[in-house]
Design a protein around this ligand. Structure first.
Ligand SMILES: [Zn+2]
Length: 183
């Protein structure tokens, strides 16, 4: 499209990341997403746990948070509510550290509902208390085009509200760090 090409020509130089850190390869994330889709939740949980830890060690907190939340989803599927709750709380902390209160709230609300559904009222209420402490989310910025629903590299669900915009029409995948182009 004309508009997209023009924007590309205006910004020929790729943005350099702080610290020169390259994004991780998307393949391991794609594999984990695939395991989840295939219903292999135990393997997917391990994969997401490992990827989250790696991301955290590299200081990529947003990715670490989203990957930890994916691990929590796996444990819910496995009915391991303790492990899911632990990952949920961990993801909440990472989202807070990464200053993403909006994503923290959405994840936390989903987790609280899941806990209640499984009769874990005390844990759900503890989580809801944590959510009340979160700062109010800032107003979403200017709309910068429509993102594809899934990352073309890893297949992870990309939500516009949780995207990190890295250019006028490109955002970073919250799972694998690939640049996703808006349309
Ligand atoms: Zn991705």
């Amino acid at each position: 499209m004309f508009r997209r090409r023009r924007i590309r020509r205006l910004r020929p130089v790729r943005r350099r990341r702080l610290g020169g850190q390259r994004p991780p390869a998307p393949e391991p994330v794609r594999n984990a997403m695939r395991l989840f889709e295939q219903g292999k939740f135990d393997k997917a949980a391990d994969a997401f746990d490992n990827l989250a830890q790696e991301a955290e060690e590299k200081g990529r907190l947003v990715q670490a948070a989203h990957l930890t939340a994916q691990a929590a989803r796996c444990y819910l599927q496995l009915d391991d509510v303790d492990a899911a709750n632990e990952r949920g709380m961990k993801a909440l902390g990472l989202f807070k550290q990464a200053e993403r209160p909006g994503a923290a709230r959405r994840m936390g609300e989903r987790m609280a509902r899941a806990l209640k559904d499984r009769g874990r009222r005390a844990e759900a209420e503890a989580l809801e208390r944590e959510l009340k402490e979160l700062p109010a989310p800032s107003r979403p910025g200017m709309r910068r085009g429509e993102l594809p629903g899934k990352c073309p590299q890893c297949g992870g669900p990309v939500k516009e509200s949780e995207a990190t915009w890295v250019g006028p029409s490109s955002a970073e995948c919250p799972y694998c760090g690939s640049v996703v182009k808006a349309e």
